[in-house]
Ligand binder design. Structure first.
Ligand code: ADP
Length: 978
């Protein structure tokens, strides 16, 4: 049988555990080698068995650092006979042991006990190390001024430092203790929110938040960062680090406030500048406008020269004010450039056109050449004009004699296409030491002292060029001249020139140097240039070109026959434009049909000449005047606008403030509104909003709105754009600017369908009619005409009666049966003459009869009378209501007259509803009677139409005539303020 005790003894002998088993009277039953080693007993363990341990105790105690304590522990254990474990005792040699005491019982009686000693020196050392580093760590935590703390997964505090204690005490008055819920450190009101954050962090996400203690009555801010404590993959708690950011925030706020204050001050400054410059410009503009108008009246030479001087001085002042404003805008970083398509060559030519006379006056030769300049590029036309104006203006100003050569060149570079404007003069030049300076503000060169100037222009110019991402370069030699080059990158919208024509341009100049640039102009317009150097050549070439001739350009002083004679001789020849290029300002056109332009010849002028009809179509513009509402509080500007618009053939009605403009604006009476942005009581923006809202509500057509403003900041401009304006015009308003913007915002061209099977006839009529301001749609036969009329709803149809397929007679008949063709003015063209031919044309419903061959003037005149006399278009507001021309006695009665007519409208509506045609006719007849003497010819015309419509029981025409009458009366009342 196996001796268990022996085996166990062997096993225990191997353990690194000192064992001593004793009987109750301390006789040793078992021990092992580690025990002997521990107490320094030289004998083998077996030798100890049977010995009494009590005798050895004193010896053994010597091994301990505190023998007394050891003996006391042994005595206590023996006396109590209760087990204990892991009593840690230091040994005399510095090691540590742990002692277990195990009483042994057999059958419930105490039979002895075992002592177990483990050497735990290493563990004790490690633990001591941990304690030390923990203490260091805690000291670190403790000593930071930032509150730090941690909680366990039940959100109970584990660790925290004094800063946290202070924080807690400040927030809730609670002095934290380990193991207490963190909630106690959070004020009631915020407990829920913060606890939620802790819980979120326990889900594993870090969190940061700003602890604003001001609500808790503490004027501090803490940035708190909570992070999960992970043991393996589980989150066992949360550490919180925080930082007092009160001061940082305070500083940041101070900085922000300071920045805002600075920005506000800057805004105020530019607002002020914008405002004051508006205040200065408004009266100045009014003065310029008035002087402008006065200069067009009959004046004697002295008056004229005084006014001209007033004008040029006001303009100089205006320029100065604009410069100062621009300059301050650039300084404030508020110069925003526009990016819309413009024609760069036209912009430069415009400047040359404007400055050319000054150069001529000084006897300077001004030349212009353009090379590879695209038709349209993207950018800010107005600012580009400013650059050109400054550079060319300076060249003229600082050059006493000699020449100025302006070139505009499109270039391809590695960085993309660029556009260079180069201005070379033979003037005073700029010294080397001044060359950089002249670009800074208020700087002027020494040599320029005698000329007046502010030194702002070039500074603005170079800033503008820089804003356009370009650069400006300067070469100069003192006393010899200067060479300025402004180069900007460009994005090309259209390569070709905007309007291209076809045909031959006959160019005649004794100076061959002119013919090069002139040919370039012709070619770039799509014309074939033919050059001549004397008058006999000129005559020959004009005759040779014949039908292909598009334009004749002649330099004054061409040797040979006088130009007037040539023109007269060739009079039957063509109705093409003739341009005379003069070298002096006082040159006069030798013949009424020859237009005068000045050197240098500009493409814009040629283009304009090509677009305007020749002399036999004098006054043949088919465009009608627009009905325009002007709302402007400044009286002089208002008068200026109304006057300018009326002169341009429009019908303008003015209102002095936004409130009064509201009613007319919400109606159908106008083609366009011009609103001032800044007005007391409703400004232009509010008015625009109101109109757009009204359009939305009623489905009324969109009224083009032009906004004018004297101190438009970018902000204003944006707001105006947002509420839906169509164009923005900065003041100063010039007449040209006003007319230009109208041209852009309003299409007043009538649409005419031209139907003829002969291509050349169609083409000829198209050219005539386009030149007269119509939009032309060509149809090759009757079918196409029917289709195009339905599609385009034109204002008139020019119809060849003799066409193969569906002829004009059939076409007209069919058209008259459609709702869109019923009232269309149809001009029937036929090769047959005589009463019978005429009768046939009218029989199918044509409104006019024209016999071929037809002259341009006849065609345009007939078309015009058809267009505006009839029903298709109307001059609405009673363009003819010219109260000034009505007898004074009668003028007083106009309100009553209008009142009566209102009643007629009611009566007509009732009669129309009941189809009482007799009554419609009677009222129509009455309308005819007095209309003219009250200044309402159109009311008379309507009376006639009503009579006719009633005759034919034509319900539709009657209704339209009544509506029309209604509109006229409303507009008239509005206009007369009745
Ligand atoms: P201003 O002409 O009003 O003095 P600018 O800023 O346009 O101001 O020009 C600054 C200065 O540069 C001018 O005063 C003049 O001395 C010099 N300058 C500019 N253009 C020329 C030029 N083409 N020839 C000679 N000097 C010029």
């Amino acid at each position: 049988m196996l001796d268990v005790r022996q085996h166990l003894g062997a096993v225990l002998g191997y353990l690194d555990l000192a064992i001593l088993v004793e009987t109750p009277d301390r006789e040793i039953l078992f021990t092992n080698q580690p025990f002997c080693d521990l107490f320094g007993i030289p004998a083998p363990p077996q030798a100890l068995i049977g010995q009494n341990c009590g005798d050895m105790a004193a010896n053994s105690a010597a091994a301990f650092a505190d023998p007394g304590a050891f003996l006391a522990l042994i005595d206590e254990a023996l006396a109590e006979a209760k087990p204990f474990a892991a009593r840690r005792l230091p040994l005399a040699d510095g090691r540590w042991v742990e002692l277990d005491y195990v009483p042994i019982h057999e059958d419930n009686s105490y039979v002895g006990h075992a002592w177990l000693y483990r050497d735990v020196s290493e563990r004790a050392a490690a633990e001591a190390e941990v304690r030390r580093s923990e203490a260091a760590l805690l000291a670190l935590v403790e000593n930071t001024r930032d509150p730090l703390w941690s909680v366990d997964s039940r959100l109970q505090l584990v660790n925290f430092n004094t800063a946290f204690r202070r924080l807690s005490e400040q927030r809730t008055g609670w002095s934290p203790v380990t193991g207490a819920p963190i909630a106690l450190a959070i004020p009631e009101a915020r407990r829920h929110r913060e606890a939620a954050i802790y819980r979120a962090v326990l889900q594993g996400r870090s969190h940061e938040f700003l602890l604003d203690l001001r609500a808790d009555g503490v004027d501090r801010l803490f940035d708190v960062h909570l992070a999960p404590i992970r043991v393996g993959t589980t989150v066992t708690g949360v550490t919180a680090t925080s930082r007092d950011v009160t001061d940082v925030h305070h500083t940041a706020r101070l900085l922000r406030d300071a920045k805002e204050a600075a920005e506000e001050a800057n805004r105020a400054k530019s607002d002020f500048l914008a405002h004051i410059s508006h205040e200065l410009r408004t009266p100045l503009n009014a003065m310029i406008g008035m002087v402008d108008l006065t200069l067009e009246t009959r004046l004697d030479a002295r008056q004229r020269s005084y006014l001209q001087s007033a004008q040029s001085n006001s303009e100089a002042l205006l320029g100065l004010i604009s410069d100062v404003l621009d300059f301050s805008k650039i300084e404030a970083g508020e110069m925003d450039l526009e990016r819309s398509p413009f024609e760069p060559r036209e912009v430069v030519e415009e400047v040359l056109h404007f400055l050319g006379p000054q150069a001529l006056r000084q006897g300077l030769e001004l030349s212009f050449q353009a090379r590879s300049v695209p038709g349209r590029i993207l950018g800010d036309a107005q600012r580009y004009r400013q650059v050109a104006m400054n550079l060319i203006g300076n060249a003229i100003k600082y050059t006493e004699k000699g020449r100025i050569d302006v070139t505009l060149v499109g270039q391809r570079t590695a960085q993309g296409p660029t556009l260079m404007l180069r201005v070379v003069d033979t003037g005073i030049g700029i010294a080397v030491e001044d060359r950089r300076r002249v670009f800074s503000r208020f700087a002027r060169s020494r040599s320029s002292r005698r000329t007046s100037g502010t030194g702002l222009g070039l500074s603005i110019t170079s800033s503008l060029v820089e804003l356009m991402a370009g650069r400006i370069e300067l070469d100069s030699e003192l006393g010899r001249g200067s060479d300025f080059r402004a180069t900007i990158p460009m994005s090309v919208v259209q390569d070709e020139p905007v309007l291209a024509s076809t045909g031959v341009a006959v160019l005649a100049s004794p100076h061959t140097s002119d013919l090069g640039p002139w040919s370039e102009i012709a070619t770039s317009l799509g014309l074939t240039p033919i050059r001549c150097t004397d008058s006999s050549e000129l005559v020959k070439e004009v005759l040779r070109a014949r039908r292909d001739l598009a334009v004749v350009i002649v330099h004054d002083g061409l040797p040979g026959t006088p130009l007037a004679r040539i023109r007269e001789d060739l009079d039957g020849m063509a109705s093409v434009p003739w341009l005379l290029v003069a070298r002096t300002l006082d040159a006069e056109a030798p013949h009424p049909s020859i237009s005068l332009v000045h050197r240098p010849l500009l493409r814009t002028e040629v283009r304009r000449a090509l677009q305007t009809p020749g002399d036999d179509a004098e006054g043949s513009d088919l465009r009608r005047g627009a009905r325009i509402l002007v709302v402007e509080d400044h009286e002089d500007s208002r008068r200026f606008m109304v006057d300018s618009l009326r002169r341009a053939g429009h019908d303008a009605v003015a209102q002095p403030d936004g409130a009064r403009a509201l009613a007319p604006l919400m109606g159908y009476g106008f083609d366009l509104a011009i609103l001032d942005l800044d007005m007391p009581r409703r400004d232009g923006i509010e008015l625009t909003e109101a109109r757009r809202a009204w359009e939305l509500r009623t489905g009324a057509p969109r009224l083009p709105i032009v906004m004018v403003s004297g101190h438009a900041t970018e902000d204003h401009r944006k707001r105006a754009q947002q509420v839906g304006i169509d164009a923005f015009v900065p003041k100063p308003l010039t007449r040209q600017r006003l007319i230009d913007v109208l041209d852009r915002s309003l299409d007043l061209r009538p649409t005419v369908v031209v139907a003829d099977d002969a291509a050349e006839a169609r083409r000829l009529w198209s050219i005539w009619l386009s030149a007269a301001g119509a939009r032309v749609v060509e149809a090759r036969d009757g079918f196409e005409a029917l289709q195009l009329v339905e599609q385009h709803r034109p204002d008139a149809l020019l119809l060849d009666m003799e066409m193969p397929g569906l002829d004009g007679f059939e076409t007209a008949t069919r058209l008259r049966r459609t709702s869109w063709g019923a009232e269309l003015p149809i001009l029937g063209l036929t090769g047959h003459t005589g009463a019978e031919a005429r009768r046939r044309v009218f029989a199918v419903g044509c409104s006019a009869y024209l016999a071929k061959p037809i002259r341009r003037g006849t065609l345009v005149d007939e078309l015009r009378s058809q267009l505006w006399a009839g029903t298709q278009t109307d001059l609405g507001l009673g363009a003819d209501v010219d109260v000034a021309h009505v007898d004074e006695d009668i003028a007083e009665l106009i309100p009553f007259y209008l009142e009566e007519r209102r009643a007629d409208v009611e009566r007509l509506r009732a009669a129309h509803a009941q189809q009482s045609w007799d009554q419609v006719r009677a009222i129509g007849h009455r309308l005819k009677g007095t209309a003219a003497s009250f200044g309402f010819p159109e009311v008379g015309a309507l009376g006639k139409r009503l009579e006719q419509a009633a005759q034919g029981s034509d319900e539709e025409s009657t209704r339209r005539a009544i509506d029309r009458l209604d509109a006229i009366l409303q507009a008239a009342r509005l206009r007369l303020g009745a």
